[in-house]
Design a protein. Structure first.
Ligand SMILES: [Zn+2]
Length: 376
């Protein structure tokens, strides 16, 4: 989602990443603090002072978002749920859960942990601000801590809005789920609330844009669109997971994939395979055993005059975990992986034997037909 992310560091065993869009947010925040907010609240200081305050404010916000997401991740891990890592992006942060919570209780504690952490941090920043003022630190320096205290309260309040996938929406879902014992029904209502809240933000954005607040208006408009899309995607994802429940990769794979025998020359490979099929990677197979993978990259590593003498079996490389999946893997898990890694084709293995090919298109077709039949 939203393009490239890069890894920053690890905290408590979680990988922390920042999306490229976060850089944009960081710049926007620093600029609006230095040129707008701080000069307005504390007038008549040097511009360099404002920029320094803004920089500290931006790093404080980064820390606050991280603290919020870390608290979700720590609780998730305590309940045995795998967490992929934490990514900060344009609209804040997201802790990447690789599985949904199994009970309403787990969901409740995982969701509420974030807002609680933000309130605690907010109080801590206010205590720091008051202490600084008490010992005679200039008002504007204590003001940065005061600003961060306020931001953390704002984070807690925004996240407690009862619309899925916000934390408050997850708390709502946990409550409904606990009440009726039906996860699907609970998700549907929490998601509808989230979509409604998203639309409300969009409307708010339009109104403030028309009222002359261009940047603020656009900001609310975009956040609203994002919340709405995420709310509806969360429900769809649950339906998908339920449709695939209990099924393995075997159910969805193609059993006669295109394979390349190792004796084929590079020239034949180019003419009969690369030009003929719309695939990036081809399995090289002898007696149903997977020997390796061949792609355009290996072809380019061989000079053209050697193409008739070199065989694919001599240049193919290990397929790597990114291109293979075990035949017993849970179908929902495989689908998640394909969407996350944007790899639409996986070679299905049983030991070292290639037994089929898993294609994202087939998965989506199955889900499409299933949902059409449900409507009928
Ligand atoms: Zn949260």
């Amino acid at each position: 989602m939203f393009g490239e992310s890069f890894s920053l560091f690890r905290v408590l065993g979680f990988e922390i990443r920042a999306n490229v869009t976060w850089l944009f947010l960081a710049l926007l925040i620093t600029w609006s603090l230095a040129a707008g907010f701080f000069p307005f609240v504390y007038p008549d200081l040097a511009p360099s002072t404002y920029w320094l305050m803004a920089l500290v404010g931006m790093f404080g916000l980064f820390f606050s978002l991280l603290f919020h997401e870390l608290s979700h991740s720590v609780v998730a891990r305590a309940y045995g749920l795998p967490v992929g890592g934490i990514t900060l992006f344009l609209f804040g942060g997201v802790a990447e859960m690789e599985a949904e919570p199994k009970t309403p209780r787990v969901e409740f504690w995982m969701a509420i942990a974030g807002p609680i952490a933000s309130v605690v941090l907010g109080v801590a920043f206010f205590v720091v601000a008051v202490t600084m003022e008490g010992v005679g630190v200039p008002e504007h320096i204590a003001g940065v801590a005061r600003y961060l205290g306020f931001i953390n309260f704002l984070l807690a309040v925004f996240n407690m809005v009862p619309g899925f996938p916000l934390d408050g929406g997850r708390v709502l879902r946990a409550a409904l789920w606990h009440w009726k014992g039906d996860l699907r029904w609970a998700t549907r209502w929490a998601s509808l609330m989230g979509q409604g809240f998203g639309l409300l933000l969009v409307a708010l954005g339009v109104v403030s844009f028309l009222g002359g607040n261009f940047i603020g208006g656009m900001w609310w408009f975009l956040i609203g669109l994002f919340v709405r899309a995420a709310a509806s995607a969360g429900y769809q994802q649950l339906l998908t997971q339920q449709a695939l429940e209990g099924k393995t990769v075997r159910r969805f794979m193609t059993t006669d994939p295109v394979i390349v025998p190792p004796e084929v020359t590079i020239r034949q490979f180019v003419e009969d395979y690369l030009y003929h099929h719309d695939f990036d990677v081809f399995p090289v197979v002898r007696d149903s055993r997977l020997l390796g993978c061949a792609s355009l990259r290996q072809v380019k590593s061989v000079p053209q005059e050697e193409w008739d003498r070199t065989r694919v079996g001599d240049v193919c490389l290990d397929c790597g975990e990114a291109n293979t999946v075990d035949v017993r893997t849970d179908a929902g898990e495989a689908l998640n992986r394909m969407q996350r890694t944007e790899n639409g084709r996986l070679m299905v293995l049983d030991g070292d034997r290639l037994v089929g090919m898993l294609v994202l298109k087939d998965f989506l077709r199955y889900l499409q037909i299933r949902s059409e039949l449900k409507k009928a």
